[in-house]
Design a protein around this ligand. Structure first.
Ligand code: EPZ
Length: 422
């Protein structure tokens, strides 16, 4: 199994192009199930999760061409014949976002059979709200043999559903389902993540009628059918935030091409409070590190526009070397501190109290062999390795390949000593 070896100590200096967002591209790909015409996506990141979604959609009858190029991959998906409405366990257990096919399948075919995903490293991750929402649109749901069977033989009907908890993929699934339902659907207390606005923009391009985009209530007028369109995937705010923090932890200076402050409002504000300088220049974000030590700043994860849980581990890595202390509270996932013992093995001073972690800044981290547990935990260990004294070897790097396009090349081009080894 591949590992990543890093010799720490070099500041990151240079340019990094931010890729298209994985968490936008996955629902956009699932949206191709809603029409028999081609959907053309540009700025698609070349990641293993994208390949898993290709595998799943191909199994359902999609014809997909993926033109893989550094920084500008594009994809055409066409589901002329929807030949299979099952999302098998083997694909779903590898990638939970597979559940995003549920809404589009019921909407187009009147049925779907999707394996229940099961828990994962960061939490139990139920999908009860996706199912309750589909029931509000008239679907009949049964569970058998570990599979969700959803049926709406006469098509979905518009309805009202209020999310008791904000759910990103739950909102996306129901928004897609409602585009082809008969009548009007009101989705209340929806997630407001930029990836949702991106999906809504693409669906609108396909002929869907959606209003309230960017607010907590979406109103969707169902239409008879949707058509193909061309859509550019929004830039990855989590990747941008990760590299901004990587610049800060190594005391470097980066130009993040295609990064946008509006996509990371709270992250930007906390970075500035810690002492990092951020400046937008055209379509780029310039990140400059101060010569003085960074200051510890408390942080709590929240749905957008709050601080993204997908940047919590990276913020924690940054805070390990700050002056003072930082209280980090995770409110989205119940088990997202798996990186803490690994960071402590590198010399960090972190104690966990329930859903909060108290990080007391230390003078330096020391390289060590460490184990990656999930995508964002893995990249926090890469960040720690970039600044640690000596060598860090990160095991189980397949997690990184799910969400960071050309990570080693991007970091190496900015001066990092990082390589993949067997
Ligand atoms: C999305 O997951 C992202 N994945 C996650 O990114 C991200 O961490 C998460 O949103 C939160 O921002 C994709 O977009 C593909 P949720 P999702 O439904 O949609 C509870 C990464 O690293 N909940 O918004 O699965 C749930 O347990 C990944 O790229 C229910 O109780 O997350 C959690 O506490 C990891 N019932 C909260 O809601 C439900 O039916 C938010 O989860 C659904 C969710």
């Amino acid at each position: 199994m591949d590992k990543i070896r890093i010799m720490g100590g070099n500041p990151l200096v240079g340019d990094i192009r931010v890729s298209g967002a994985k968490n936008a591209a996955l629902p956009l790909m699932a949206a191709s199930l809603l029409t028999d015409q081609p959907l053309h996506l540009t700025s698609v990141p070349d990641l293993s999760d994208i390949l898993s979604m290709i595998e799943l959609l191909t199994h359902m009858g999609a014809e997909i061409t993926f033109d893989r190029r550094i920084d500008s991959s594009s994809m055409t998906l066409c589901v002329k014949n929807l030949s299979d409405t099952t999302a098998p366990y083997d694909v779903v257990r590898k990638m939970r976002a597979s559940v995003l096919v549920l809404g589009p399948l019921v909407a187009r075919a009147g049925e779907a059979h999707v394996s229940l995903p099961g828990g994962c490293a960061i939490g139990t991750r139920p999908i009860d709200l996706h199912l309750k929402g589909l029931e509000a649109l008239g679907a009949e749901i049964t569970l058998e043999g570990g599979y969700i069977h959803a049926k709406a033989p006469n098509g979905l009907q518009g309805g009202t559903f209020t999310f008791p908890i904000v759910s990103v993929t739950g909102t996306e699934n129901l928004m897609m389902a409602a585009t082809l339902a008969k009548g009007t659907t009101r989705l209340i207390n929806v997630a407001r993540e930029p990836e949702i606005a991106d999906l809504a923009a693409c669906l609108t391009g396909m002929g869907a009628k959606i209003s309230g985009i960017g607010t907590d209530t979406l109103i969707i007028e169902g239409v008879e059918s949707l058509q193909g369109t061309t859509h550019r995937v929004i830039s990855d705010r989590i990747e941008a935030g990760t590299y901004a923090m990587a610049a800060a932890i190594t005391k470097g200076n980066l130009r993040l091409k295609g990064a946008c402050l509006d996509l990371i409002p709270t992250v930007a504000s906390l970075l500035q409070q810690a002492g990092v300088e951020l400046e937008e220049e055209g379509e780029d974000l310039i990140v400059r590190s101060p010569s003085a030590p960074l200051q510890g700043v408390d942080m709590m994860t929240e749905p957008f526009p709050g601080f993204a849980t997908d940047l919590q581990a990276q913020w924690m890595a940054l805070m390990t070397l700050s002056e003072g202390a930082s209280m980090i509270t995770e409110t989205i996932w119940e088990n997202r501190f798996m990186h803490v013992p690994e960071l402590c093995r590198m010399g960090a001073n972190i104690t966990i109290h329930g859903s909060s972690a108290l990080v007391r800044g230390v003078k330096a981290l020391k390289g060590a062999p460490v184990m990656a547990t999930d995508l964002r935990a893995s990249v926090s260990l890469v960040m720690a390795g970039l600044v640690a004294e000596g060598e860090t070897v990160i095991h189980r790097v397949y997690h990184l390949d799910r969400g960071y396009e050309h990570l080693e090349e991007k970091l190496r081009n900015c001066g990092a000593e990082i390589e993949r080894i067997q």
